[in-house]
Design a protein around this ligand. Structure first.
Ligand code: GLA
Length: 388
């Protein structure tokens, strides 16, 4: 892939000067959904698909952006002197946001850049194409300009830029998974203090299968931000009766004791999800370590029910995929993954059941939704790297 991208880059911007190619992965979250901005745990892993970026320093202050995924847009021109987001939500807002966030931390660019991009994560699928774009941009800036930042800083800068430049109030999970990924391991991250450990993914005779519903409902960002506000309101109510910093501080029992302090029914349901999902994530990691895949799968299924009923971030189309998956022998667990309102499910499926899984989900989905889902049997990969 990097060769094709490099050829395109040279065709667009010429061959003179030092050009490098970088990669940062997307992620899939196994369990721990909508817990990352509630001080809870998450358990994502980096994928081997992601975003490739070719980049070269310029001698002026121009920023030229080109994406092989949006060829019809051609080269989009900008400048270091115009670091404001484009209103139409153009993809360049992501790399520009990261440059803006670096500059805001005193890491000024002394020249502009030519940038060409290729991503092999399906856009809007909930596999973090934007986080991988943020992380690859930060990784490239560190390499080309010699900025003194760690991979963890790249995650924080990516999140900061998405929150403050792109207007999505996301948590840290996606950028962290992309920046800190490790082959064949998931990351058990405590978002309250960013302590983490790698947990080897040992799925004896089974694979992680991601199913793309091919739907993305509108107003996803505002619905996501609403969930965040509802959880924050529930926390405020709870803080009147108990001394917690985040919803992640509560056990299930403590939540049941204090929950009547949450005035609004919807906010109470959101908080219930956040508390129980955090505890499920802790239990799931223990189950994986104990090689108890059955328990892991049951916790994944319970996570889906909670996201569907209490957090309300699933949707009819995705529920069709999950309901069908649950009926198939050899499916260890299946749930919606990522921000929600469409996007993908993640399932753990025994090797011998993968064909049946694909056939039955396709048939059910075509019949009930009228669309054909896509399947990716994924591999767990490393964090960002310099390829050329
Ligand atoms: C999106 C956000 C993450 C996280 C998930 C839900 O992917 O970017 O920070 O909140 O949704 O778990």
């Amino acid at each position: 892939m990097e060769q094709k991208l490099l050829e395109k880059f040279i065709e667009l911007f010429g061959s003179e000067g030092e050009t490098h190619v970088y990669f940062a992965p997307g992620r899939v979250n196994l369990i721990g959904e909508h817990t990352d901005y509630n001080g809870g745990h998450v358990f994502p892993c980096a994928l081997t698909i992601g975003t490739y970026m070719a980049a070269r320093k310029r001698t002026d202050r121009k920023l030229n952006f080109y994406s092989m995924n949006f060829e019809e847009l051609g080269v989009l021109e900008s400048s270091l002197d115009d670091m404001t987001p484009k209103a139409d939500g153009e993809w360049t807002n992501y790399p520009k946001g990261v440059i803006w966030a670096f500059e805001g931390r005193g890491m000024k660019l002394d020249c502009g850049l030519d940038i060409a991009l290729y991503g092999n994560i399906p856009n809007g699928s909930g596999l973090s194409s934007s986080a991988s774009l943020e992380v690859v941009t930060g990784y490239m800036l560190r390499d080309l300009f010699g900025f003194d930042v760690t991979n963890q800083d790249l995650a924080l800068i990516g999140q900061y830029s998405e929150n403050n430049f792109n207007g999505c109030n996301c948590g840290i999970m996606d950028q962290f998974a992309s920046a800190m990924g490790k082959k064949d391991n998931a990351i058990f991250l405590d978002t309250s203090d960013l302590s983490f450990e790698y947990a080897p993914i040992v799925l004896d005779g089974a694979k992680i299968v991601v199913t793309n519903s091919m739907v993305k409902h509108s107003l996803v960002t505002s619905a996501y931000n609403d969930r965040r506000n509802e959880s924050a309101q529930a926390l405020k109510d709870l803080q009147q009766v108990c001394g917690i910093k985040t919803l992640g501080d509560l056990t299930e029992e403590e939540f049941e004791t204090y929950k009547s302090a949450i005035k609004d029914d919807i906010n109470r349901a959101r908080a219930k999800h956040a508390v129980y999902e955090n505890q499920r994530t802790i239990k799931a990691v223990k189950a994986l370590k104990d090689q108890d895949l059955e328990t892991f799968g049951k916790l994944m299924n319970a996570s889906h029910v909670s996201l569907r009923d209490d957090y309300e971030t699933s949707c009819e189309e995705v529920d069709v995929l999950v309901d069908e998956a649950w009926k198939i022998p050899g499916v260890i667990g299946s749930r919606i993954t990522g921000g929600g309102f469409g996007g993908c499910t993640v399932s753990i499926v025994k090797d011998e059941a993968i064909d049946t899984f694909k056939e039955r989900l396709t048939a059910a989905y075509e019949e009930k939704v009228g669309k054909t889902p896509e399947f990716y049997v994924v591999s767990v990969g490393d964090g960002p790297s310099k390829l050329v």
